[in-house]
Design a protein around this ligand. Structure first.
Ligand code: AMP
Length: 282
């Protein structure tokens, strides 16, 4: 695997590979890699002749400085995991390489997606995501880019961004990878102690419960039940929303195909996000 820290070196290599006819697949990450990230690498390898991963903990998408400071850094382990997964290129830039002095990011009105769920509870987060993904796309110039559906709203924001700027990249959403007991893999899971790791399972169980109840109750009733359950639990629920997967409108009385339950909860100090299709899923 080639490792580049400088844009110029990365671009020289990638453009030569493109000139030889290879399709470029890109997997942006913040490191502390796990099987979820590696599933994106595997998908890219299947579909593209060259797979580029990046590791960059983007400061501009953290609305909480403690979360940024405590974000796990595992660069040496990550390099081995990527190498073993058959990743071709790792882009590992310093902050100044991504955002040189005077760098002016893209401007886009995110609109409704910025008013709900992650947009509402993490002010500035999606602006930061757009800034870094736009910049990384501009550097790597991939044909396809792979994103996990664990960050369901993020996929929609990135799709909106590529459409808004007319970027020539296909966004490929990928299934959420879970531990065998159901907990969604997350770099933040590394911050959980043994007890918290068990408590975190509540999130998965509450999503399964929502799915089981979907044939009997309305979305609003399920949301209310989930909120009651969390109020009695050791987790702090930030939000539960049952949404239309296309419009992201909150569902109240009626179901739509592919309705998704989205949950964010704190286990101790760790903020975990998960979602599941709970109605008429294919
Ligand atoms: P992150 O390093 O957390 O920014 O994540 C990088 C990419 O990996 C994003 O597209 C995430 O949605 C994706 N990802 C994170 N966790 C998982 C998971 N458990 N399954 C699939 N994709 C994931």
């Amino acid at each position: 695997m080639k490792i580049f820290t400088k844009i110029i070196d990365l671009q020289t290599f990638v453009s030569a590979q493109k000139a030889e006819g290879r399709t470029v697949g890109f997997v942006p990450t913040m490191g502390a890699l796990h099987e979820g990230h590696l599933s994106l690498i595997a998908r890219s390898r299947k579909e593209c002749g060259l797979t580029v991963a990046s590791i960059f903990i983007n400061p501009t998408q953290f609305n909480n400085s403690a979360d940024f400071e405590k974000y796990p850094v595992r660069t040496e382990e990550d390099k081995k995991l990527l190498e073993n997964a058959g990743c071709d290129v790792l882009f590992l830039p310093e902050k100044e390489e991504v955002y040189p002095p005077g760098y002016d990011g893209p401007r886009m009105d995110i609109g409704f997606l910025n008013e709900i769920m992650e947009g509402k509870f993490r002010p500035g987060h999606f602006e930061g995501v757009i800034e870094v993904v736009y910049r990384l796309f501009d550097i790597v110039k991939p044909n396809k880019a792979y994103f996990g559906l664990k960050d369901f709203q993020q996929v929609a924001v990135i799709r909106q961004m590529t459409a808004h700027f007319g970027l020539p990249v296909e966004i490929v959403p990928c299934t959420t990878i879970r531990e065998t007991d159901g907990l969604a893999l997350s770099s933040r899971n590394m911050r959980l102690n043994a007890g918290e790791r068990q408590e975190a399972l509540f999130i998965y169980h509450s999503l399964i419960l929502a799915r089981d109840l979907a044939s009997k109750l309305s979305p609003a009733e399920i949301k209310a039940q989930i909120e009651t359950l969390y109020a009695r639990s050791s987790l702090r629920l930030e939000y539960v929303e049952i949404i239309d997967p296309k419009s992201f409108e909150t569902l109240e009385q009626n179901w739509v195909e592919g309705a998704v339950a989205c949950i964010v909860a704190y286990v101790g100090e760790v903020r975990l996000i998960d979602n599941m299709c709970i109605y008429s899923c294919d």
